[in-house]
Design a protein around this ligand. Structure first.
Ligand code: CXF
Ligand code: ZN
Length: 368
């Protein structure tokens, strides 16, 4: 059935979130209605709001939802009403990359996750003045209810702490997946993480599970560097220093790092990450600057077997990977509680401000 919800609508580019009454369409056969319990705030939400990433407006953002299944379409098989679920990105399930287990590289990733509508172009949310773009990452979870794709859902245990686990759906999956699924650093290797916000800290925590003997955190915020140390970084570098790549080479006996994760979205950091690579080293680009951003690289500097790889969502299949992360959290191996600060949904603008000021690593909105 169609149902009413309170959503944080962004009316136009750059405007604040406005709590607004909306109506969600009834679920289609492969869709699920979820009552939100919590939703993490990711920098991508803020980049879209600022117009740096594409989206129609007005729009309901939010893509780290966590909640309880309320209603399922008749073709849904993986969840039933009452199940606790985490929400992640959506994908078509039918293209070559989806079939190969790499849904983050779905041929339809951009339209499905950023297009504001289902694959067939139909909208899912109505406001008082007509259509509101929804279906953001298959969920639009800055709302009391979300109409989701079954493919966005990951079922978790009945006792799962949803207000802690919500960020697994994007930020934590992205950082941890980049290390565990893509780079797979071998024992004794060296790895540097540029930008230790939620994604970068997830990369640090994942690297600390094993493999690298040196994990170097690079950032401009001293408190973040301290937190990175607490979470497993063996060394830290202040990114405001004169030559970050040189500092990393010095830390590694002149060799440079075997692996770099660029999680800041800053082009100077990306240059430094590439420059700091050892021979045969790999740099994973995870941070998303504004669409159209380009970076000049020293081509000859790459000829020593160096690789640069762009990574979306940690190249994870959420339904396989997110439960593994949830298990690590429950065993204390991914101490997410050190990153998360909770805000009531009505205080979404406070959460945004604290995030933009760098006062909080991962804001999680909570619903009654
Ligand atoms: C996004 C970043 C921009 C490109 C698609 C994936 N990651 C999640 O926030
Ligand atoms: Zn995100």
């Amino acid at each position: 059935m169609a149902r009413t919800a309170t959503a944080a609508v962004v009316p136009e580019v750059g405007a604040p979130f406005a709590l607004t009454g909306v109506t969600l369409d009834a679920p289609r056969p492969d869709e699920v209605v979820v009552r939100l319990v919590a939703a993490g705030l990711c920098h991508t939400d803020l980049s879209v709001r600022a117009g740096k990433l594409p989206s129609p407006f007005p729009v309901v953002l939010g893509h780290e939802g966590a909640g309880v299944v309320e209603e399922v379409g008749y073709r849904v098989t993986s969840v039933v009403p009452g199940d606790k679920v985490l929400l992640s990105f959506t994908s078509c399930g039918a293209c070559g990359n989806c079939l190969a287990g790499h849904p983050a590289y779905c041929a339809g990733f951009l339209p499905l996750n950023f297009g504001g509508a289902r694959a067939d172009g139909t909208g899912t949310i109505n406001g008082a003045d007509g259509r509101v773009a929804g279906h953001f990452f298959g969920q639009s979870s800055f709302a009391t209810y979300a109409l989701t794709d079954e493919r966005s859902l990951v079922k978790v245990a009945p006792d799962a702490p949803l207000d802690l686990l919500a960020p697994l759906g994007c930020g934590i999956q992205t950082g941890a997946g980049t290390v565990l699924n893509v780079l797979r650093p071998e024992i004794g290797s060296t790895l540097a993480v540029f930008g230790v916000g939620a994604v970068g800290l997830a990369a640090v925590m994942a690297a600390a599970l094993g493999g690298p003997s040196r994990i170097v955190a690079v950032d401009v915020v001293p408190e973040r560097l301290e937190l990175a140390r607490e979470l497993g970084a063996t060394d830290v570098v202040d990114a405001r220093g004169p030559d970050v790549a040189a500092a990393l080479r010095e830390l590694t006996g002149g060799a440079g790092v075997d692996y770099a994760v660029e999680a800041s979205g800053n082009v100077a950091a990306l240059r430094a990450a590439i420059d700091a690579l050892a021979l045969r080293g790999t740099c994973a680009i995870v941070g998303a600057p504004a669409f159209g951003t380009t970076v000049p690289v020293d081509v000859n500097g790459l000829l020593g077997g160096k690789r640069i790889v762009g990574v979306t969502e940690g190249d994870a299949d959420p339904r396989r990977f997110v439960p593994l992360l949830a298990d690590l959290v429950s065993r204390g191996a991914l101490p997410l509680d050190k990153l998360v600060r909770r805000y009531p949904f009505v205080d979404i603008e406070k959460a945004v401000l604290a995030t933009e000021r760098g006062e909080v690593v991962k804001a999680v909105l909570t619903f009654e």
